[in-house]
Design a binder for this molecule. Structure first.
Ligand code: FAD
Ligand code: MG
Length: 338
């Protein structure tokens, strides 16, 4: 969960997401706005010279996220992603360059994470009914059945025509693990283009920070097994931080926790980690890789990170044991109490 504690006012638990911003850079003018978008709270803090200009910049940034939700949401019947899913097994769907880029980037991360990040996971995710009332785990036979409909290499992408085709009926893609980070990147660009000198865009477990002064903004990392408690913090001037975890969208059935991140190898929700926080230059990277590394787990994940300069991660197991890549080892500050 991200908790943002502005220097002026402490925001209540309702805003707890995955990281906490414990302090904000000071500047003559600062605004903060929160809107519900992409199924989560999108929180924008913007600092600059004039309040009206900041409000106008925030309006444009929220409109940008709304634009992206329209076309990338699998929850909206008329989105580009839903059109691709509706035509699975029927025909390729022509999409705009931005949607095509996101599907292509997802395929790239799928390959680089040995299939851990896989947007074709949708049919294998839906049977877990994570958002239903009184959900129960599906039978193993059903898990195996739906798993046959996944696999990022099955997607047929035509670069010339910018079409995406899912060759088997019942296949489906879900950009839930990458599009919020990308939306934060786009919102930051809009804020900067509109004169905002420093700010934060936070969408669920994904946060972009820019214009931090001195050592930067303090961002707290949530204890995944103690809601509202921060267990460590980092300072960041510019960049992206994303957290993926098993404590936001989950249920416990017969003492077993089932969350919304599915291991594409097994079709079962990931159980080896409680949360992974990733630091990267961009939100699209940090978002996709927090999900990928959550699936890979800390052993394989730390190996992958050795070959990916600029990507850093902090893993917390359900036992509370943690594992850091080099940057987190050198920059993570333990926070006791709160
Ligand atoms: P992340 O780790 O970043 O992503 C986890 C999500 O990725 C899962 O929820 C699933 O969607 C997907 N996933 C699961 N396993 C894998 C895997 N192995 N590889 C790749 N992806 C995987 N939620 C709603 O309830 N209502 C909405 O209307 C709604 N609209 C949305 C619109 C958009 C454009 C997006 C991007 C998301 C929307 N969501 C909605 C989804 C909600 O925001 C998710 O809970 C969120 O995307 C999960 O993000 P996270 O940062 O918590 O976790
Ligand atoms: Mg993600």
């Amino acid at each position: 969960m991200i908790r943002i504690l502005q220097s002026k006012a402490r925001i209540g638990p309702a805003l707890l997401v995955g990281l906490a911003l414990l302090s904000c850079v000071r500047s003559p003018k600062e605004i903060r706005r929160v809107e519900l978008l992409m199924g989560t709270e999108v929180d924008i803090i913007a600092q600059g010279k004039s309040e009206p200009a900041l409000q106008a910049a925030a309006d444009r940034a929220f409109a940008e996220i709304e634009r992206l939700e329209q076309k990338l949401s699998r929850y909206r019947e008329d989105s580009a992603i839903s059109r691709i899913n509706q035509q699975a097994g029927i025909a390729p769907v022509a999409v705009d360059a931005e949607t095509f880029m996101l599907v292509q980037k997802s395929l790239e991360v799928c390959r680089e994470s040995s299939g851990a990040f896989d947007i074709t996971i949708l049919p294998a995710l839906l049977i877990w009914k994570i958002d239903a009332k009184n959900p129960q785990p599906p039978a193993d036979a059903e898990v195996k059945e739906k798993l046959k409909l996944t696999g990022c290499e099955k997607m047929v992408l035509d670069r010339e025509q910018k079409t995406v085709f899912l060759p088997e009926p019942g296949m489906g893609i879900d950009l839930g693990g990458i599009a919020k980070g990308y939306a934060a990147d786009c919102a930051v660009k809009i804020l900067k283009d509109n004169g905002v000198s420093a700010g934060i865009v936070k969408a669920g477990g994904d946060m972009r920070v820019f214009g931090g002064e001195g050592k930067g903004l303090a961002i707290g990392i949530q204890n995944p097994r103690a809601s509202g408690k921060v267990l460590a913090k980092i300072y960041l001037k510019d960049g992206a931080v994303s957290t993926s975890g098993d404590y936001e969208r989950f249920y416990i059935f017969n003492g077993v926790r089932y969350s919304h991140i599915i291991n594409p190898k097994t079709g079962y929700p990931v159980s080896g980690e409680a949360s992974v926080t990733v630091k990267a230059q961009s939100g699209i990277e940090s978002d996709a890789w927090s999900t990928a590394l959550f699936v890979l787990g800390h052993e394989r994940g730390l190996e992958v990170l050795k070959t990916r300069p600029g990507l850093e991660a902090f893993f917390i197991e359900p036992s509370g044991e943690s594992h850091s890549s080099q940057w987190f080892r050198e920059n993570l500050i333990a926070v006791s109490g709160d």
